[in-house]
Design a protein around this ligand. Structure first.
Ligand code: UDP
Ligand code: MG
Length: 332
Protein backbone atom coordinates (compact mmCIF):
# COMPACT_ATOMS: atom_id res chain seq x y z
CA UNK A 1 0.00 0.00 0.00
CA UNK A 2 1.26 3.44 -0.89
CA UNK A 3 1.51 5.55 2.23
CA UNK A 4 3.51 8.36 0.70
CA UNK A 5 1.74 11.72 0.72
CA UNK A 6 0.59 12.91 -2.68
CA UNK A 7 1.37 16.37 -4.06
CA UNK A 8 -0.59 17.67 -7.02
CA UNK A 9 0.68 20.68 -8.95
CA UNK A 10 -2.25 22.94 -9.81
CA UNK A 11 -1.31 25.14 -12.76
CA UNK A 12 -3.56 27.61 -14.61
CA UNK A 13 -2.56 27.98 -18.25
CA UNK A 14 -3.58 30.42 -20.94
CA UNK A 15 -1.63 30.28 -24.21
CA UNK A 16 1.57 28.82 -22.78
CA UNK A 17 2.49 26.40 -25.57
CA UNK A 18 6.15 27.45 -25.42
CA UNK A 19 6.50 27.50 -21.65
CA UNK A 20 4.74 24.21 -20.88
CA UNK A 21 7.38 21.72 -22.12
CA UNK A 22 10.08 23.60 -20.19
CA UNK A 23 7.93 23.79 -17.09
CA UNK A 24 7.06 20.10 -17.10
CA UNK A 25 10.66 19.14 -17.75
CA UNK A 26 11.88 21.23 -14.81
CA UNK A 27 9.10 20.04 -12.49
CA UNK A 28 9.79 16.41 -13.43
CA UNK A 29 13.39 16.95 -12.41
CA UNK A 30 12.41 18.75 -9.19
CA UNK A 31 9.98 16.00 -8.20
CA UNK A 32 12.67 13.34 -8.75
CA UNK A 33 14.60 14.75 -5.79
CA UNK A 34 11.70 14.03 -3.41
CA UNK A 35 10.24 10.95 -5.11
CA UNK A 36 11.36 8.62 -2.31
CA UNK A 37 9.08 10.53 0.07
CA UNK A 38 6.11 11.59 -2.01
CA UNK A 39 4.11 10.94 -5.16
CA UNK A 40 3.41 13.75 -7.60
CA UNK A 41 0.95 14.59 -10.36
CA UNK A 42 -0.23 17.54 -12.43
CA UNK A 43 -3.57 19.26 -12.75
CA UNK A 44 -3.63 21.83 -15.54
CA UNK A 45 -6.50 24.26 -15.78
CA UNK A 46 -6.60 25.24 -19.44
CA UNK A 47 -8.21 28.67 -19.36
CA UNK A 48 -9.47 28.81 -22.96
CA UNK A 49 -6.08 28.67 -24.71
CA UNK A 50 -6.04 29.23 -28.46
CA UNK A 51 -2.34 28.80 -29.32
CA UNK A 52 -1.88 25.00 -29.40
CA UNK A 53 -1.75 24.61 -25.60
CA UNK A 54 -5.01 22.63 -25.71
CA UNK A 55 -3.63 20.09 -28.20
CA UNK A 56 -0.37 19.85 -26.26
CA UNK A 57 -2.16 19.18 -22.99
CA UNK A 58 -4.51 16.64 -24.63
CA UNK A 59 -1.48 14.77 -25.98
CA UNK A 60 0.28 14.82 -22.64
CA UNK A 61 -2.87 13.62 -20.91
CA UNK A 62 -3.16 10.67 -23.27
CA UNK A 63 0.51 9.75 -22.83
CA UNK A 64 1.10 10.31 -19.13
CA UNK A 65 -1.01 8.93 -16.30
CA UNK A 66 0.15 11.68 -13.96
CA UNK A 67 -1.41 14.54 -15.92
CA UNK A 68 -5.02 15.65 -15.53
CA UNK A 69 -6.52 18.54 -17.41
CA UNK A 70 -9.61 20.64 -16.87
CA UNK A 71 -10.51 22.68 -19.92
CA UNK A 72 -12.59 25.77 -19.31
CA UNK A 73 -15.16 26.72 -21.91
CA UNK A 74 -13.31 29.93 -22.76
CA UNK A 75 -10.94 32.36 -21.10
CA UNK A 76 -12.18 33.30 -17.61
CA UNK A 77 -8.99 34.84 -16.23
CA UNK A 78 -6.27 33.80 -13.83
CA UNK A 79 -8.34 34.15 -10.63
CA UNK A 80 -11.20 32.00 -11.96
CA UNK A 81 -8.75 29.36 -13.22
CA UNK A 82 -7.21 29.21 -9.74
CA UNK A 83 -10.69 28.81 -8.21
CA UNK A 84 -11.31 25.93 -10.61
CA UNK A 85 -7.97 24.42 -9.53
CA UNK A 86 -9.03 24.59 -5.88
CA UNK A 87 -12.29 22.81 -6.70
CA UNK A 88 -10.70 19.99 -8.71
CA UNK A 89 -7.54 19.39 -6.67
CA UNK A 90 -7.00 15.86 -5.32
CA UNK A 91 -4.13 15.02 -2.99
CA UNK A 92 -2.53 15.79 0.35
CA UNK A 93 -0.95 19.07 -0.66
CA UNK A 94 -1.44 21.39 -3.62
CA UNK A 95 1.47 23.06 -5.35
CA UNK A 96 0.02 26.24 -6.85
CA UNK A 97 2.20 27.99 -9.41
CA UNK A 98 2.14 29.82 -12.73
CA UNK A 99 3.14 28.14 -15.97
CA UNK A 100 5.55 30.78 -17.26
CA UNK A 101 8.55 29.75 -15.09
CA UNK A 102 8.46 32.98 -13.10
CA UNK A 103 7.74 30.64 -10.19
CA UNK A 104 10.87 28.46 -10.12
CA UNK A 105 10.05 24.70 -10.20
CA UNK A 106 13.23 24.05 -8.20
CA UNK A 107 11.44 25.44 -5.11
CA UNK A 108 9.44 22.21 -4.85
CA UNK A 109 11.84 20.35 -2.51
CA UNK A 110 12.16 23.28 -0.05
CA UNK A 111 8.38 23.77 -0.04
CA UNK A 112 7.86 20.05 0.55
CA UNK A 113 10.30 19.86 3.48
CA UNK A 114 8.64 22.84 5.20
CA UNK A 115 5.25 21.13 4.73
CA UNK A 116 6.66 17.84 6.00
CA UNK A 117 7.93 19.60 9.11
CA UNK A 118 4.32 20.52 9.85
CA UNK A 119 3.58 23.86 8.15
CA UNK A 120 0.16 23.67 6.53
CA UNK A 121 0.83 26.71 4.36
CA UNK A 122 4.22 27.29 2.78
CA UNK A 123 4.59 30.19 0.39
CA UNK A 124 7.38 31.46 -1.81
CA UNK A 125 8.24 34.94 -0.67
CA UNK A 126 9.05 37.06 -3.68
CA UNK A 127 12.45 38.49 -2.99
CA UNK A 128 14.34 40.41 -5.65
CA UNK A 129 12.39 40.81 -8.86
CA UNK A 130 13.88 40.92 -12.32
CA UNK A 131 10.64 42.34 -13.73
CA UNK A 132 10.35 45.86 -15.12
CA UNK A 133 7.57 46.77 -12.69
CA UNK A 134 9.37 45.51 -9.59
CA UNK A 135 9.17 48.92 -7.84
CA UNK A 136 5.39 49.00 -8.34
CA UNK A 137 5.04 45.48 -6.92
CA UNK A 138 7.08 46.33 -3.81
CA UNK A 139 5.06 49.50 -3.23
CA UNK A 140 1.81 47.57 -3.68
CA UNK A 141 2.80 44.95 -1.08
CA UNK A 142 3.93 47.64 1.36
CA UNK A 143 0.73 49.67 1.10
CA UNK A 144 -1.50 46.59 1.21
CA UNK A 145 0.18 45.31 4.36
CA UNK A 146 -0.23 48.71 6.02
CA UNK A 147 -3.90 48.82 5.03
CA UNK A 148 -4.87 45.25 5.90
CA UNK A 149 -4.87 43.44 9.21
CA UNK A 150 -5.44 39.96 7.73
CA UNK A 151 -2.36 39.79 5.56
CA UNK A 152 0.98 38.57 6.92
CA UNK A 153 4.18 40.57 6.36
CA UNK A 154 5.18 38.36 3.45
CA UNK A 155 5.24 39.34 -0.24
CA UNK A 156 3.73 36.33 -1.91
CA UNK A 157 1.56 35.51 -4.89
CA UNK A 158 0.33 32.19 -6.21
CA UNK A 159 3.43 30.05 -5.74
CA UNK A 160 2.75 28.01 -2.61
CA UNK A 161 2.31 24.53 -1.20
CA UNK A 162 -1.04 24.30 0.56
CA UNK A 163 -2.15 21.46 2.76
CA UNK A 164 -5.47 19.92 1.72
CA UNK A 165 -7.09 21.33 4.88
CA UNK A 166 -6.23 24.85 3.69
CA UNK A 167 -7.57 24.06 0.21
CA UNK A 168 -10.80 22.76 1.74
CA UNK A 169 -11.26 26.03 3.62
CA UNK A 170 -10.52 28.07 0.51
CA UNK A 171 -13.19 26.17 -1.43
CA UNK A 172 -15.81 27.56 0.92
CA UNK A 173 -15.01 31.12 -0.15
CA UNK A 174 -17.36 31.88 -3.01
CA UNK A 175 -16.57 35.53 -3.54
CA UNK A 176 -16.22 36.60 -7.15
CA UNK A 177 -13.58 39.30 -6.78
CA UNK A 178 -10.77 37.05 -5.64
CA UNK A 179 -7.30 37.88 -4.40
CA UNK A 180 -5.63 34.47 -4.08
CA UNK A 181 -2.87 35.36 -1.55
CA UNK A 182 -5.48 37.11 0.62
CA UNK A 183 -7.66 33.99 0.64
CA UNK A 184 -4.61 31.84 1.46
CA UNK A 185 -3.82 34.10 4.43
CA UNK A 186 -7.45 34.07 5.58
CA UNK A 187 -7.65 30.27 5.52
CA UNK A 188 -4.24 29.57 7.10
CA UNK A 189 -2.70 29.48 10.53
CA UNK A 190 0.97 30.40 10.71
CA UNK A 191 2.49 30.76 7.26
CA UNK A 192 5.98 29.49 6.51
CA UNK A 193 7.92 31.20 3.74
CA UNK A 194 10.94 30.45 1.64
CA UNK A 195 12.54 33.42 -0.06
CA UNK A 196 13.39 33.27 -3.76
CA UNK A 197 14.08 35.87 -6.43
CA UNK A 198 11.43 36.24 -9.14
CA UNK A 199 12.57 36.20 -12.75
CA UNK A 200 11.05 37.21 -16.07
CA UNK A 201 8.58 34.87 -17.80
CA UNK A 202 10.30 32.30 -20.07
CA UNK A 203 8.38 33.22 -23.26
CA UNK A 204 6.03 35.91 -24.44
CA UNK A 205 4.31 38.74 -22.66
CA UNK A 206 2.27 38.68 -19.43
CA UNK A 207 -1.10 37.05 -20.09
CA UNK A 208 -2.67 38.98 -17.25
CA UNK A 209 -1.25 42.31 -18.42
CA UNK A 210 -0.90 45.67 -16.68
CA UNK A 211 -4.66 46.30 -16.66
CA UNK A 212 -5.27 42.88 -15.10
CA UNK A 213 -2.65 43.50 -12.44
CA UNK A 214 -4.12 46.94 -11.65
CA UNK A 215 -7.54 45.32 -11.27
CA UNK A 216 -6.05 42.65 -9.00
CA UNK A 217 -4.37 45.31 -6.87
CA UNK A 218 -7.71 47.11 -6.51
CA UNK A 219 -9.41 43.82 -5.62
CA UNK A 220 -6.76 43.18 -2.97
CA UNK A 221 -7.33 46.61 -1.39
CA UNK A 222 -11.11 46.53 -1.57
CA UNK A 223 -11.53 42.97 -0.31
CA UNK A 224 -8.86 42.86 2.37
CA UNK A 225 -8.90 46.36 3.78
CA UNK A 226 -11.38 49.09 4.56
CA UNK A 227 -8.73 51.76 4.04
CA UNK A 228 -10.22 53.17 0.77
CA UNK A 229 -13.65 53.80 2.28
CA UNK A 230 -12.00 55.31 5.37
CA UNK A 231 -9.94 57.52 3.09
CA UNK A 232 -13.19 58.92 1.69
CA UNK A 233 -14.36 59.91 5.17
CA UNK A 234 -10.94 61.39 5.96
CA UNK A 235 -10.92 63.40 2.73
CA UNK A 236 -14.46 64.61 3.40
CA UNK A 237 -13.42 65.62 6.91
CA UNK A 238 -10.33 67.50 5.74
CA UNK A 239 -12.27 69.28 2.97
CA UNK A 240 -15.09 70.34 5.28
CA UNK A 241 -12.53 71.56 7.83
CA UNK A 242 -10.69 73.50 5.11
CA UNK A 243 -13.92 74.95 3.74
CA UNK A 244 -15.03 76.06 7.22
CA UNK A 245 -11.73 77.82 7.89
CA UNK A 246 -11.79 79.42 4.41
CA UNK A 247 -15.38 80.65 4.87
CA UNK A 248 -14.56 82.13 8.30
CA UNK A 249 -11.63 84.02 6.81
CA UNK A 250 -13.77 85.39 3.96
CA UNK A 251 -16.49 86.51 6.40
CA UNK A 252 -13.88 88.11 8.68
CA UNK A 253 -12.30 89.92 5.70
CA UNK A 254 -15.73 91.18 4.62
CA UNK A 255 -16.79 92.35 8.08
CA UNK A 256 -13.58 93.72 9.50
CA UNK A 257 -11.68 95.15 6.50
CA UNK A 258 -12.22 97.22 3.38
CA UNK A 259 -10.40 94.74 1.19
CA UNK A 260 -12.06 93.47 -1.91
CA UNK A 261 -13.60 90.05 -1.72
CA UNK A 262 -11.45 87.39 -3.43
CA UNK A 263 -12.41 87.22 -7.08
CA UNK A 264 -13.89 84.84 -9.52
CA UNK A 265 -10.66 82.88 -10.12
CA UNK A 266 -10.19 81.85 -6.52
CA UNK A 267 -13.89 80.96 -6.20
CA UNK A 268 -13.72 78.81 -9.28
CA UNK A 269 -10.54 77.03 -8.21
CA UNK A 270 -12.15 76.27 -4.88
CA UNK A 271 -15.20 74.98 -6.70
CA UNK A 272 -13.10 72.76 -8.94
CA UNK A 273 -11.15 71.45 -6.00
CA UNK A 274 -14.32 70.59 -4.12
CA UNK A 275 -15.92 68.88 -7.13
CA UNK A 276 -12.70 66.95 -7.74
CA UNK A 277 -12.75 65.59 -4.22
CA UNK A 278 -16.44 64.74 -4.57
CA UNK A 279 -15.83 62.87 -7.79
CA UNK A 280 -12.94 60.96 -6.25
CA UNK A 281 -15.13 59.94 -3.34
CA UNK A 282 -17.94 58.95 -5.67
CA UNK A 283 -15.48 56.88 -7.70
CA UNK A 284 -14.32 54.95 -4.67
CA UNK A 285 -17.90 54.39 -3.53
CA UNK A 286 -18.75 53.32 -7.07
CA UNK A 287 -16.06 50.63 -6.91
CA UNK A 288 -17.72 49.18 -3.82
CA UNK A 289 -21.16 49.34 -5.43
CA UNK A 290 -19.86 47.61 -8.58
CA UNK A 291 -18.35 44.84 -6.52
CA UNK A 292 -21.48 44.43 -4.39
CA UNK A 293 -23.42 44.12 -7.65
CA UNK A 294 -20.94 41.44 -8.80
CA UNK A 295 -21.40 39.46 -5.60
CA UNK A 296 -25.19 39.81 -5.65
CA UNK A 297 -25.39 38.43 -9.20
CA UNK A 298 -23.83 35.17 -7.91
CA UNK A 299 -22.62 34.46 -11.39
CA UNK A 300 -20.63 31.22 -11.78
CA UNK A 301 -16.91 31.93 -11.65
CA UNK A 302 -16.26 29.61 -14.57
CA UNK A 303 -17.79 26.90 -16.72
CA UNK A 304 -15.99 23.65 -17.39
CA UNK A 305 -16.01 22.40 -20.96
CA UNK A 306 -14.22 19.06 -20.73
CA UNK A 307 -12.43 17.05 -18.06
CA UNK A 308 -9.57 14.77 -19.06
CA UNK A 309 -8.98 12.44 -16.13
CA UNK A 310 -5.63 10.73 -15.65
CA UNK A 311 -4.81 7.69 -17.85
CA UNK A 312 -7.51 8.41 -20.33
CA UNK A 313 -7.15 9.27 -23.99
CA UNK A 314 -8.91 12.34 -25.37
CA UNK A 315 -11.28 10.16 -27.39
CA UNK A 316 -12.60 8.66 -24.16
CA UNK A 317 -12.84 11.99 -22.40
CA UNK A 318 -16.31 13.11 -21.49
CA UNK A 319 -18.13 16.38 -21.26
CA UNK A 320 -19.84 16.97 -17.99
CA UNK A 321 -23.62 16.68 -18.08
CA UNK A 322 -25.10 15.98 -21.46
CA UNK A 323 -23.00 16.36 -24.59
CA UNK A 324 -24.48 19.73 -25.42
CA UNK A 325 -24.33 21.15 -21.93
CA UNK A 326 -21.48 21.89 -19.62
CA UNK A 327 -21.79 21.92 -15.90
CA UNK A 328 -21.19 24.71 -13.48
CA UNK A 329 -18.85 23.47 -10.79
CA UNK A 330 -19.50 25.24 -7.53
CA UNK A 331 -17.10 25.11 -4.62
CA UNK A 332 -18.31 22.52 -2.12
N1 UDP B 1 -3.37 32.73 -16.93
C1 UDP B 1 -4.61 32.14 -16.99
N2 UDP B 1 -5.65 32.88 -17.51
C2 UDP B 1 -5.49 34.17 -17.92
C3 UDP B 1 -4.21 34.77 -17.80
C4 UDP B 1 -3.17 34.03 -17.29
O1 UDP B 1 -4.79 30.98 -16.64
O2 UDP B 1 -6.47 34.77 -18.37
C5 UDP B 1 -2.25 31.94 -16.41
C6 UDP B 1 -0.96 32.05 -17.21
O3 UDP B 1 -0.90 31.09 -18.24
C7 UDP B 1 0.10 31.82 -16.14
C8 UDP B 1 -0.53 32.44 -14.91
O4 UDP B 1 -1.94 32.47 -15.14
O5 UDP B 1 0.31 30.45 -15.90
C9 UDP B 1 -0.02 33.83 -14.62
O6 UDP B 1 -0.16 34.63 -15.79
P1 UDP B 1 0.92 35.71 -16.20
O7 UDP B 1 2.27 35.13 -16.11
O8 UDP B 1 0.53 36.28 -17.51
O9 UDP B 1 0.70 36.79 -15.07
P2 UDP B 1 1.79 37.79 -14.43
O10 UDP B 1 2.97 36.94 -14.04
O11 UDP B 1 2.11 38.76 -15.50
O12 UDP B 1 1.07 38.37 -13.26
MG1 MG C 1 3.91 35.57 -15.03
Amino acid sequence: MNTKPHIEAVIPVFNEVNCLPLLIDQLDRAKASISSETTFSYLFINDGSTDGTTELLRNLNSQRPDIRVVELLHNFGHAAALACGLDHFKGDAALFMDADLQDPPSALASLFYEWKKGSKTVVVERGKRAEKNSFLFQTFYLLLRKASKTLPPINFGTHSLLDKTVVERMRIHKERNRYFPGLVALCSGPIAAINLPRGERAYGKSRVGFGGLAHLALTAFLSFSSAPIRLVSLLGFICSGGALIGASIIVAVKLLTEWAIPGWASTMSLLFFASGIQLLCLGILGEYVARIYDEVKERPLYWVGTILPAQQSPSQSHSIGSSSRSSFIRPV
